[in-house]
Design a protein around this ligand. Structure first.
Ligand SMILES: C[S@@+](CC[C@H](N)C(=O)[O-])C[C@H]1O[C@@H](n2cnc3c(N)ncnc32)[C@H](O)[C@@H]1O
Length: 297
């Protein structure tokens, strides 16, 4: 038996509770796009919740339960994007390819300024599967997501294979490797969450796979990036989240409420503290020396 609270604004709804319960409240075949970014089973802390299952198989079986519900919520023309760790993705890939059509296996890659692996090749990407219910009827707005073509067009080359030689096109539809920087403390979009996804990542997915006023579902809201970007792009959304601290971020970010249980919801008050060479805090803030700053939350 699952309990949840529901908060609704003009274009977005937040469920506070376990997605396995909240998903059952959403009508079947009502959603155009699901974006699912679950805990990865890598031991992160999400508030009270420890992201750890007894085995890979236990984790995969938990994923199959909410994936099954998400697929049911999708319209026949709907799309699903799902993320997980590189090591867990093969389980989801094998399971999903029997139930949907996997159109793209996307690699979201980024650089890292954190601790570097010294005895193996460090992980600098996260996989995303893009699946559709019906490979003959789904939304894909290629024109809305074109990027600069770093080919002949940039060097102003002419394509002489054409009957009338023409300059190369200057834009193209992105391939399946996406370089998008991770969300850093100093970025305006940063919220206090260990696994916030960049707005740019969601913008590409939402623009490609939905039209204005479509309904988007995110069963693991976190900071509610999906719902926030959906709102900016004129789409409707539903986000689900278990932890009250993250629900508070969503209520504020989506303009649904200014208070939660009597507490006023405020944006994060960011401060920057300069470290000297010995790691001791102190000294004036110098905006140019970003490498010297530590986040204080
Ligand atoms: C990887 S994070 C999602 C981050 C999000 N995409 C963002 O951009 O902020 C996964 C989230 O799922 C939440 N969560 C974990 N188990 C859950 C469950 N059973 N139902 C709903 N949310 C859950 C965690 O608290 C965490 O905030």
């Amino acid at each position: 038996m699952y309990n949840f609270e529901k908060y609704s604004g003009a274009d977005s709804t937040i469920y506070h509770g376990d997605c396995l319960g909240a998903l059952q409240d959403i009508p079947d075949a009502s959603v155009d796009l699901v974006f699912a970014d679950p805990p990865y089973n890598i031991g992160k802390k999400f508030g009270e919740f420890k992201d750890s299952w007894p085995s890979d198989k236990d984790y995969a079986e938990w994923c199959y339960r909410w994936l099954d519900l998400c697929i049911r919520k999708l319209k026949p023309t709907g799309s699903l994007y799902v993320m997980t760790s590189t090591q867990a993705m093969p389980y989801l890939d094998l399971w999903l390819r029997e139930r949907m059509t996997i159109l793209s296996r996307i690699v979201w890659h980024y650089d890292s300024s954190g601790v570097q692996a010294k005895k193996y090749f460090g992980s600098l990407y996260e996989p995303i599967l893009f699946c559709v219910k019906d490979a003959k009827a789904y939304t894909f707005n290629a024109d809305d997501i074109e990027v600069e073509a770093k080919t002949g067009a940039v060097r102003k080359l002419i394509d002489y294979r054409k009957e009338i030689p023409t300059p190369y096109k200057t834009t193209k539809i992105p391939g399946n490797t996406w370089y998008i920087p991770r969300v850093r403390y100093r970025m305006p979009e940063y919220e206090n969450h260990p696994s916030q996804k960049p707005e740019a990542l969601l913008e590409r997915i939402i623009k490609a796979s939905t039209n204005p006023n479509d309904l988007i579902l995110d069963p693991f809201g976190g900071t509610f990036t999906t719902c926030h970007v959906a709102q900016q792009l004129g789409r409707r959304s539903i986000g689900i989240e278990l932890q009250p601290d993250y629900v508070k971020i969503g209520l504020r970010r989506l303009g649904i409420a200014s208070h939660f249980n009597g507490e006023q919801l405020r944006a994060l008050d960011k401060t920057y503290v300069r470290k000297n060479g010995n790691g001791v805090r102190g000294g004036a803030i110098d905006e140019k020396q970003t490498g010297l700053f530590d986040a204080q939350v």
